[in-house]
Design a protein around this ligand. Structure first.
Ligand SMILES: C[S@@+](CC[C@H](N)C(=O)[O-])C[C@H]1O[C@@H](n2cnc3c(N)ncnc32)[C@H](O)[C@@H]1O
Length: 289
């Protein structure tokens, strides 16, 4: 098996297994936490006007639903995600609120989109997991109408996002099997290097590429912290496999490590991200690449 196939299989297995199930369980707190990013993406669609919008790595659908709500009958928002459990949750939400949003469960890197069918691609933290990002962004670009745009929010580095690694650092002595992060590998911080992101977009045929720093003030009730830690991220992924005693010790050890992020009953932190923007050039531009 080649490295790319293996990379895809690992991500697909993760998001169809523990990671996806953890995100479904923690959906309410995650949507609260990442609401400022949802607002920014909805705003980006509003600025361009209604149309055909694709939400890549849409997960349980918060941003897809928010954009569909905003556009009403004037446009369509389709979410694509490789995770069966997360797409099932997104479809349930859409049905419950009578949304026009639609969802596809598939790999956005390989899915055969109808060429030239979207005006805008959005993503909230959903494009860092491709085994071959250039192929993936080329695939997304061919799905765009001429002049269509991508607006994707991705994480900057782990060093700039200390909140995101608190749990694993505190839990590491108790969970020797906790997998170490692999810099640059598909995953949360794969797009931390802005130069690499620009290069990926350029090589996949996008134009007018901009990678801008953007910080989001995020928060959620402190009472939700244990649920967050035990469902999401590297600790959340292994938590269910630990014996009861270790689980209790992990919770007792990890929660106090978040003290510096607590303020008046709320967890508060800054999400250090890039807003990645680019345009699908005209057919002529594509021809010369
Ligand atoms: C960090 S979650 C973000 C989910 C959602 N955008 C949100 O903000 O709630 C990353 C998402 O990317 C999805 N994903 C990973 N690789 C993918 C791929 N190749 N194609 C489509 N989705 C993918 C995962 O299943 C997961 O739902």
């Amino acid at each position: 098996m080649d490295d790319r196939q293996q990379g895809y299989d690992e991500q697909a297995a993760l998001w169809n297994g523990v990671a996806g199930q953890g995100w479904v369980r923690a959906q309410r707190v995650l949507d609260r936490l990442f609401e400022p990013m949802e607002a920014a993406l909805v705003q980006a669609v509003v600025q361009r006007g209604p149309g055909q919008v694709l939400d890549v790595g849409c997960g349980t659908g918060a941003t897809t639903l928010a954009v569909a709500r905003e556009m009403g009958e004037r446009g369509r928002c389709i979410g694509i995600d490789v995770s069966g459990p997360m797409i099932d949750a997104a479809r349930r939400r859409a049905e419950n609120e009578g949304s026009l949003a639609q969802f596809v469960c598939d790999d956005a890197q390989r899915y055969r989109f109808a060429a030239g069918s979207f005006d805008t691609v959005i993503s909230r933290l959903g494009v860092m997991f491709f085994d071959d990002p250039v192929t993936a962004f080329r695939n997304l670009r061919t799905a765009m109408r001429e002049g269509g745009v991508v607006r994707a929010i991705v994480w900057r580095s782990a060093a700039e996002n200390p909140f995101m690694t608190v749990a694993e650092q505190a839990a590491a002595p108790l969970i020797p099997s906790l997998p170490a992060r692999q810099p640059g590998a598909p995953g949360q911080f794969a797009f931390a290097d802005a130069g690499r992101v620009s290069d990926i977009l350029e090589r996949s045929g996008w134009a007018d590429i901009a990678v801008r720093r953007v910080d989001f003030a995020c928060g959620f009730p402190a009472a939700e912290l244990a649920g967050y830690v035990t469902n999401v991220g590297p600790v959340g992924r292994v938590f269910g496999d630990l014996d009861r005693d270790t689980r209790e010790r992990v919770v007792r050890t990890v929660l106090p490590a978040f003290d510096r992020f607590l303020d008046a009953g709320e967890v508060r932190f800054t999400a250090a991200c890039w807003l990645v923007e680019a345009t699908a050039p005209s057919g002529e531009g594509l021809h010369h690449r």
